[in-house]
Design a protein around this ligand. Structure first.
Ligand code: MG
Length: 160
């Protein structure tokens, strides 16, 4: 087996008047993530982790935020395209691990649903998906509830 590891990071501002989407899941909250797309920082971090593992640059190169066609696009659609590219290179995902850092809303109740949704979007077994949620202990912009940060690590595998 040929293995590749990739890491991804993303941060989006939390603002009023936007939906809060994390891992493709619609989370009830008074604010949502600002972005050219739907602002799903978790899916963006996952896209970057996969792109990194296959040495294909980053999400900004593939889906520039200067292009009208990506405005308000569902990040699930971006992920779908990244997965197609990954499959073209012969890789599949062995496992995925993620961290969401958000002061609010409290994500404890949503972690299981986010995990389930990620498994569905990526056609993975649920026990190959990690979703962890933390606060920033009140520190910095994330601690003040101004933004959400997400990290993702992925292991890809290809038969030799
Ligand atoms: Mg982003």
């Amino acid at each position: 087996m040929h293995n590749r590891v990739g890491m991804g990071y993303d941060i989006h501002r939390l603002v009023e008047g936007r939906k809060l989407l994390l891992g493709g899941l619609d989370i009830p909250y008074i604010k949502g993530l600002l972005g050219h797309s739907d602002g799903d920082a978790l899916l963006h971090a996952i896209c970057d982790a996969i792109l990194g593992a296959i040495a294909e640059g980053d999400i900004g190169e593939h889906f520039p935020d200067t292009e009208q066609k990506y405005q308000n696009i569902s990040s699930s659609e971006l992920l779908r395209n990244v997965l197609i590219l990954m499959h073209k290179k012969g890789y599949s995902i062995a496992n995925l691990d993620t961290i969401i850092i958000a002061e609010e809303p409290k994500l404890t109740l949503f972690k299981a649903s986010i995990k389930k949704n990620l498994a569905k979007l990526m056609n993975l077994n649920i026990d190959c998906v990690g979703v962890k949620a933390k606060t920033n202990e009140g520190l910095g912009g994330v601690g003040r509830g101004e933004a959400i940060i997400c990290y993702a690590t992925v292991l890809l595998t290809k038969p030799t």
